[in-house]
Design a binder for this molecule. Structure first.
Ligand SMILES: [Zn+2]
Length: 79
């Protein structure tokens, strides 16, 4: 059984977002022509993100811990 998360305000099943503050440092790499080649992020940490907002109407949908699937945030690679 898959439970679809539906916004209680606009009935959208489009998903939700959280507001998080991210702190840490980044190494930005350039090649010999001065073009940026990408970035590597170091020791990022997240703050907040406890409230979930609707992507459609931006209203508060509830607590992230009640809505999120439980996929581990450590699996995300910031590259
Ligand atoms: Zn909504």
């Amino acid at each position: 059984m898959t439970n679809k998360i539906v916004c209680p305000h606009c009935k959208s099943a489009d998903g939700f977002y959280t507001k998080e503050r991210v702190t840490g440092s980044a190494h930005i790499y350039y090649n010999s022509a001065g073009y940026s080649e990408g970035a590597m992020y170091d020791g990022l940490s997240h703050h907040g993100g406890t409230k979930a907002y609707c992507k459609q109407c931006y209203k508060l949908m509830g607590k992230t811990e009640d809505l999120a699937s439980g996929n581990n945030e450590e699996d995300i690679r910031w590259r």
